[in-house]
Design a protein around this ligand. Structure first.
Ligand code: ADP
Length: 556
């Protein structure tokens, strides 16, 4: 079969759908092909967090806390010659720090005489968002080299985040201003208020978002084919991309799709292809096996990266794949367990002892857990037994049913009392039976409670915390229980991928544009360096997907 169109989008996750919508809005004829039987990819499973600096809203909604003021003063005090800043390797980031310092000084002058935590308004800026990306994404690799976000792409993300958010609203998607959450550093579970700045907007959960995007795409005239896999990019004699070969994955029909403008690659990452992750890995080393599980859709195998490489595209940042620590040891997915904020859970090893600071970044948590026997660790979560932490999981009250379902499914252990819980752990869940004793669990929890009381975690030498578990309350109240969920890190997000410029044009190994080819979303590399911040993934796919659609429709 042969199809004709202006723009072909390969991949039907958030990046592909937003590229298709924008290209169609510009008047292009658009075909989108998706390998899976449903649209959505990882975007379907992703949360609703969307980071966007929004000075007007933030200035009105926020009072600058003392901790934030300390952080701002800390940035002002940074000395560019400090080797930790790595400006010897990344001199282009020094200008961002200078810009940030200028903004902070101007902010202080504007608010002279006001007190932090009382009447000083909120502060945020594109430079600060970028700076968080830099310090959060800077990582050393096993060969001693370094990896960091590409400063130009980081600016493109941070500077266009709010516009893209507003655009989605105008395109018909329900997005809401909820500057309540503070993502922005990666934290244990991704659900934690772990970062310093409330710049996270709420933009529907994945399950709500994808059907809406699909509807908006179809309303704008995009033709969508699922179960259709892109296989090969077609080029003309000049090297311009002029279409692609595809295959119907159900009946094997071969399809040639000719494009008058070109192709947008939006095939996502390659976490469902651990062999590929391992091939490039310079971070996890032996902790990564070619059977490591993934939180991803099975179709996210890096097809787009390979297709682009075949016609000369360059790749970057492939050395690190992000692992999600709190995944199912059986499936690799972020399901079949009960966990919540870092401030509401205790992580233990098979001897019942804490082994990591629960607030650490995802890669730190994953590394610490993978060093344990079989890489398995256990999350203690007490729900309403948590002191001073009315958890949102428990509101709406299907919590007890969820717990019951997970116990029945053999995924977790539950006890109305600590003794009952310990007894339960003798029976395997998720294939393991640590047989904790009540004494072990009690000792760990009581020690943790003492740290909370003293506001200092002696095990990991840091200030704390919330999250004491009131064992007397748990033991005394039949309707209040406590759970343990076995967990194991699994592959979650690949930061590496094809090299793009700020117009999402794909570049070859000489840094030259491959005409007729754009890429957006997880298939691209360089934006996040070695570690993507929580709340930046959805921003990434909509900012760059939208740009890709615009440029593809124009054909340049
Ligand atoms: P992003 O967040 O970058 O949009 P997603 O993971 O959400 O990435 O979406 C990528 C989509 O691309 C997935 O739905 C995946 O099934 C699809 N995909 C992967 N490889 C191909 C391919 N060869 N042809 C068509 N679609 C593909």
């Amino acid at each position: 079969e042969t199809w004709e169109t202006d723009v072909l989008v390969i991949g039907g996750g958030g990046a592909g759908l937003s590229a298709a919508i924008n290209a169609a809005q510009q008047g292009a004829e658009v075909i989108l092909i998706e390998k899976g039987s449903v649209l959505g990819g990882n975007t379907l499973m992703a949360g609703a967090a969307y980071n966007a600096v929004d000075p007007e809203a933030q200035e009105n909604l926020m009072i600058l806390s003392r901790a934030q003021k300390d952080a701002l003063d800390g940035y002002l005090a940074l000395n560019p010659t400090d080797p930790k800043l790595k400006f010897d390797v990344y001199p282009e980031w020094e200008a961002v720090l200078t810009e940030l310092k200028g903004e902070i000084n101007a902010f202080y002058s504007r608010n002279a005489g006001k007190a932090a935590g009382v009447d000083m308004p909120g502060f945020d800026s594109v430079a600060l968002h970028m700076w968080n990306m830099y310090t959060g994404g800077l990582r050393e690799l096993t060969d001693g080299s370094w990896i960091a976000p590409n400063v130009v792409l980081a600016r493109q993300l941070a500077a266009n985040a709010l516009d893209a958010f507003v655009w989605m609203g105008e395109a018909g998607l329900e997005a809401s201003y909820g500057l309540d959450a503070q993502y922005g550093t990666t934290v244990g579970t991704g659900t934690v208020l772990g970062a310093m700045w409330p710049r996270t907007h709420t933009f529907m959960s994945g399950a709500q978002r994808i059907p809406q995007l699909e509807k908006v795409a179809i309303d704008n005239g995009v033709t969508v084919f699922t179960e259709t896999s892109g296989i090969e990019l077609l080029t003309d004699a000049s090297g311009r991309v002029i279409g692609a070969k595809a295959e119907n994955v159900v009946d094997g029909t071969q399809i040639t799709i000719n494009t008058s403008k070109g192709v947008v690659l939006a095939t996502g990452g390659y976490c469902a292809n651990p062999v590929m992750v391992k091939e490039y890995d310079k971070y996890w080393g032996e902790d990564l096996s070619d059977r490591t599980l993934s939180t991803n859709m099975g179709t996210n195998r890096g097809d787009g990266i390979v297709m682009a490489q075949t016609i000369g595209a360059d790749v970057t940042g492939m050395e690190i794949a992000q692992m999600m620590p709190s995944s199912s040891p059986v499936k690799g997915t972020m399901t079949d367990g009960i966990w919540a904020d870092a401030a509401e859970q205790i992580w233990i090893d098979s001897s019942g002892k804490r082994f990591v600071d629960e607030y650490a970044e995802r890669d730190v948590l994953a590394k610490a857990s993978l060093a344990l026997e079989n890489g398995i660790f256990y999350i203690i979560y007490a729900g309403r037994g948590n002191v001073g932490n009315p958890n949102e999981l428990l509101q709406g009250t299907d919590y007890n049913e969820r717990v019951a379902g997970m116990v029945e499914g053999g995924h977790i252990w539950y006890g109305k009392t600590l003794a009952e819980l310990a007894e339960a752990t003798k029976t395997p869940a998720a294939g393991v039976a640590p047989a904790f004793t009540e004494e072990q669990l009690r000792a760990t929890i009581e020690q943790y409670n003492s740290y909370v009381a003293a506001q200092h975690d002696d095990d990991f030498d840091k200030a704390v915390i919330a999250g004491a578990i009131d064992l007397d309350y748990v033991d005394a109240n039949d309707d209040v229980g406590i759970t343990i969920s076995p967990r194991k890190a699994s592959l979650h997000h690949t930061m590496g991928g094809v090299v793009i410029d700020t117009d999402t044009r794909v570049l070859n190994g000489n840094g030259e544009v491959i005409p007729g080819l754009w890429a957006a979303g997880e298939v691209t590399g360089g934006i996040h360096g070695g570690n993507r911040l929580g709340g930046n993934a959805i921003t990434d796919i909509f900012v760059f997907g939208r740009i890709a659609g615009l440029n593809a429709a124009a054909g340049n």
